[in-house]
Design a protein around this ligand. Structure first.
Ligand SMILES: Nc1nc2c(ncn2[C@@H]2O[C@H](COP(=O)(O)OP(=O)(O)O)[C@@H](O)[C@H]2O)c(=O)[nH]1
Ligand SMILES: [Mg+2]
Length: 297
């Protein structure tokens, strides 16, 4: 039996969560086209023959503007410690930026093997891919390996297992055979609701939303959730509720279907939208939401 931790890092929006879901073949991490979607460390566990791969999806590493952002970057940096392999994910369609270099500095500071992953090659020609590999080596240095793939369609994703299996250092499994994530069900419920909100909103709203379950009641055939959706301003509350409550209803229906599928039980979701001014800077409230990292000053 062998096992190992493999951290997936990179700047926001490169496709880390999409890849994590593809590796696990289950939805463990929510995905959106907005930067800053992932706020926690999320583990996706895959067992193949004697090998247990524990992938750690992380928030995008970026220069934080508020306490929540600081927590997110700390979470990602903590996930670089005590792992067997770091997968540094890059968006092949974008030029290497100062954001990528910022991530590069952090991962070079720990003494762990690093594999570069060039994602979104569905949007690239062969020549562009070759040029990207040259650019990466020039601007970011050498890597133990460079893998090209399309996380969205799962093309080339198998290459990750071929490479990662050479780095597994544990001699026993950390998780039982039937685990594919370490996330509690309630956390997946919260994230599913947040994802639906993200899909239907834009600009500042995705960043200003937090979701909290305030009560759960399980009966033999149905589970009821009372859920608070926090935003930072009255105007945002109005947008999420929508005309005659239409958007909130849509969010509720979409989330409910997915949660019913997840827990295999009928679900009743009661969603309340509340204004909590500047919650992203409120450390007590962030703690309450579970957005706190080990690194405290
Ligand atoms: N074209 C293309 N888009 C992708 C690919 N992988 C992810 N995306 C998109 O990139 C956006 C960000 O993905 P996400 O996984 O949330 O990125 P993260 O912030 O790094 O976790 C989403 O809109 C994805 O659908 C890919 O292989 N090709
Ligand atoms: Mg993500």
């Amino acid at each position: 039996m062998k096992s190992g931790f493999i951290t997936i890092v990179g700047r926001p929006n490169v496709g880390k969560s999409t890849l994590t879901n593809k590796l696990v073949n289950e939805k463990v991490a929510i995905v959106s086209d907005k930067a800053g979607t992932t706020r926690d460390q999320i583990k996706g566990i895959v067992n193949i023959n004697e090998n247990q791969f524990i992938f750690v999806d992380t928030p995008g590493i970026h220069k934080p503007k508020h306490l929540l952002g600081e927590h997110m970057t700390n979470i990602a940096i903590e996930a670089l410690e005590n792992v067997d392999l770091i997968m540094f994910m890059l968006d092949g369609t974008k030029e290497i930026s100062t954001g990528d270099m910022f991530v590069n500095e952090h991962i070079r500071a720990v003494n762990t093997p690093i594999v570069a992953i060039i994602n979104k090659i569905d949007k690239m020609t062969d020549t562009e891919i070759e040029e990207k590999i040259v650019e990466i080596k020039e601007k970011l240095g050498d890597f133990d390996e460079i893998i090209t793939l399309t996380a969205e369609y799962g093309i080339g994703v198998h290459k990750i297992f071929d490479v990662a299996k050479n780095y597994l250092s544990g001699d026993m499994w950390f998780y039982p055979e039937d685990y594919y994530t370490d996330l509690p069900v309630n956390k997946i419920v919260v994230e599913t609701i947040r994802e639906k909100i993200l899909h239907h909103t834009k600009d500042e709203i995705p960043h200003s939303v937090a979701v909290e379950i305030i009560n759960v009641e399980t009966k033999p055939t149905i589970r009821k959730y009372d859920v608070n959706i926090y935003v930072e301003r009255d105007s945002q509350k109005g947008i999420i509720i929508g005309k005659d409550g239409a958007l909130l209803k849509k969010i509720g229906i979409e989330a409910r279907k997915e949660i019913e599928h997840l827990i295999d039980l009928k679900v009743n979701l009661k969603l309340w939208v509340k204004v909590k001014k500047k919650w992203r800077k409120n450390s007590k409230f962030l703690d309450e939401l579970g957005y706190s990292s080990k690194k405290k000053k």
